[in-house]
Design a protein around this ligand. Structure first.
Ligand SMILES: [Fe+2]
Length: 294
């Protein structure tokens, strides 16, 4: 069955048919999915009952799994529930499989994933795709929302486009966590999460389309005061996340949702995290572009 993609939203996002993510893919299927990603930026694959190993194998069709010496969260070695290399646990469970206490600092840290962001924008080379697999879903809430940063860029007025063209922002997990009042980081965490420079306008390496590289991880515009930076970034984010640019994904069991972090932002939505389990697992593909060199 050939790969086909049905649009889910007027601007971006599509649903893929004709792909079994548990099996190895031919070169044609990989190319069709990559082309679909370049065009739609978010693709949904339904009914993909994946093991962790199958998720890693499917992900590797599209690049290398991201790996870094510095952590992207505050879980320590030995605090991880899942052991397959490359699989990141985005559930509300602790290492024993119990629901995380709402006053656990890991839960505080994770809450900031509900702010708009692009994965790994706080890394020197930010991520290419993220692939999120829905293994256990709550009965209410927990949507993932996506915003098309190409459409948001293109809708800016010309004056704003030229104003932002040369701008560089500083991104750090510290900023996104501070935005919800979580600042109790250890000395080691503060060092690990030191700010990284990223261009505010980036260009997609294949399509050449420009997009806004925004995230709640962005806390400063280089050379600007903090209040001016924060106000400007808030203003741009408000523009970029207007409903016309947003697709809200309502999860079904065994959905695999893939997004291109180079052209979208996303956020998790609320669910009853005290009483219900949401077990979603992510693989992340490394990017190959330093935005500062674009
Ligand atoms: Fe994320």
């Amino acid at each position: 069955m050939p790969v086909s993609i049905r649009p889910l939203h007027p601007v971006f996002a599509g649903e893929v048919e004709g792909v079994d993510c548990t099996r190895s893919l031919g070169a044609d299927a990989v190319a069709a999915i990559e082309a679909g990603m370049d065009r739609f930026a978010v693709l949904v694959f339904r009914d993909q009952d994946l093991t962790d190993e199958q998720q890693v194998a499917f992900s590797r069709n599209f690049g290398e799994i991201e790996s870094y010496g510095t952590p992207g969260n505050i879980r320590k070695p030995g605090e991880h529930r899942l052991q397959t290399p490359g699989i990141i646990d985005f559930s509300n469970l602790d290492k024993t499989g119990d629901i995380l206490s709402v006053d656990d600092r890991i839960a505080f840290f994770k809450l900031a994933d509900r702010l708009w962001h692009s994965d790994s924008s706080f890394r020197p080379v930010p991520a290419k795709y993220s692939l999120l697999s829905g293994r256990v879903l709550p009965s209410w809430g927990g949507n993932t929302e996506f915003a098309d940063m190409r459409a948001a860029y293109e809708a800016l007025d010309e004056r704003t486009k030229s104003e932002i063209e040369p701008l560089v922002c500083l991104h750090s997990l510290r900023y996104s966590r501070a935005a919800i009042g979580f600042t109790e980081l250890t000395e080691d965490e503060i060092v690990a999460f030191r700010p990284i420079r990223q261009r505010l306008v980036r260009t997609h390496p294949v399509t050449g389309r420009k997009s806004l590289f925004l995230a709640s991880h962005a806390g400063e515009v280089e050379g600007w005061t903090i209040p001016a930076s924060r106000m400007f970034l808030r203003d741009l984010t408000e523009h970029a996340t207007q409903r016309e640019f947003v697709y809200s994904h309502e999860w079904r069991l065994h959905d695999l949702v893939v997004w291109d972090n180079r052209q979208t932002m996303h956020r998790a939505r609320r669910f009853d995290d005290r009483n219900e389990i949401r077990d979603v697992r992510r693989t992340t593909l490394a990017g190959d572009v330093v935005t500062m060199e674009q």
